[in-house]
Ligand binder design. Structure first.
Ligand SMILES: CCCCCCCCCCCCC/C=C/C(=O)SCCNC(=O)CCNC(=O)[C@H](O)C(C)(C)COP(=O)(O)OP(=O)(O)OC[C@H]1O[C@@H](n2cnc3c(N)ncnc32)[C@H](O)[C@@H]1OP(=O)(O)O
Length: 241
């Protein structure tokens, strides 16, 4: 009897040790990831600012940051795959984060990167500025929180700036994308052709973007709930994914 109780305690201790090791590894990984992402978006902000101050124009700015932007925006997939799915490290919704990250990646690779003519549009630069401000705030919030030294103004910025920046960023993004796809007729196939298939990238983009109409309110209300929880201490009953 005594021995089985002791076995139970040994097993519990081992389990607790395993949990502690796992949580220490998770915290180390998250700290590294969030510092790297904050640094990446800060580099983008500084590069954009320097470019504008030196050249006095936004023309050519996108090309000067394209590589870094593609790298850090695509790297955010790690957040959805490794951090949330594999390790279940954060209390975030995989669906919410997934939609956010995938729509940004879609915008970077399939719209801005593939349609050269829009890269010098002011609206492209504006949505990049909005994304950059958001991500510097978001990743520095996570980093300081993990280090247990979270300045109030970062917490405030994380859960207030999105109220304006989110709709602005989405609208600017959509506005930037559409007009030139139509006029350039790029990535489209017109009839007649030897495959007898027609494809219009412009309408394809519109359909993809329309999907954001039902998705966006969910993302926005999710953030408003997070805001009430974090800034006003409201208890929110979360639904499962
Ligand atoms: C499906 C594809 C569709 C394609 C459609 C394409 C159409 C294209 C249309 C245009 C697309 C534009 C898209 C982008 C627009 C913009 O970004 S505009 C710029 C403004 N943006 C914002 O303000 C974004 C605001 N939104 C968010 O931040 C998101 O909801 C989020 C990124 C998904 C984050 O949500 P969530 O993680 O749930 O909220 P938090 O409060 O931050 O975190 C919850 C808890 O999880 C912890 N946590 C999360 N991540 C981390 C991490 N990396 N490290 C450590 N901890 C993390 C966090 O601390 C919280 O923990 P607790 O406080 O303990 O609960």
């Amino acid at each position: 009897m005594a021995s089985s109780e002791e076995d139970g305690t040994v097993e519990e201790k081992e389990n607790n040790n395993k949990k502690r090791t796992k949580s220490a590894l998770a915290t180390a990984w998250l700290t590294f990831y969030n510092i790297a992402m904050t640094a990446g978006w800060l580099v983008l902000a500084i590069t954009m600012l320097r470019f504008y101050l030196q050249k006095g124009t936004h023309k050519g700015l996108y090309r000067s940051i394209a590589r870094t932007l593609k790298f850090f925006q695509t790297f955010a997939l790690v957040e959805v795959s490794v951090t949330s799915l594999v390790f279940g490290m954060v209390r975030t919704s995989v669906i919410v984060t997934g939609v956010q990250v995938c729509s940004r990646i879609f915008m970077v690779w399939f719209v801005t990167n593939s349609i050269r003519q829009i890269q010098n549009e002011e609206s492209v630069i504006l949505f990049l500025v909005v994304w950059t401000l958001t991500e510097i705030t978001r990743y520095s919030y996570y980093t300081f929180k993990l280090l247990h030294h979270l300045p109030y103004f970062i917490k405030w910025a994380r859960y207030n700036l999105f109220i304006v920046l989110y709709p602005l960023g989405v609208l600017l993004t959509l506005y930037a994308a559409l007009p030139l796809v139509r006029s350039s007729g790029m990535c489209s196939m017109r009839l007649p052709n030897k495959y007898n298939v027609s494809f219009d990238y412009y309408y394809c983009l519109i359909i993809v973007m329309l999907s954001y109409i039902p998705l966006f309110p969910q993302l926005y209300f999710h953030m408003l709930r997070q805001r009430r929880k974090v800034l006003h201490g409201e208890v929110i009953v979360e639904k499962d994914d």
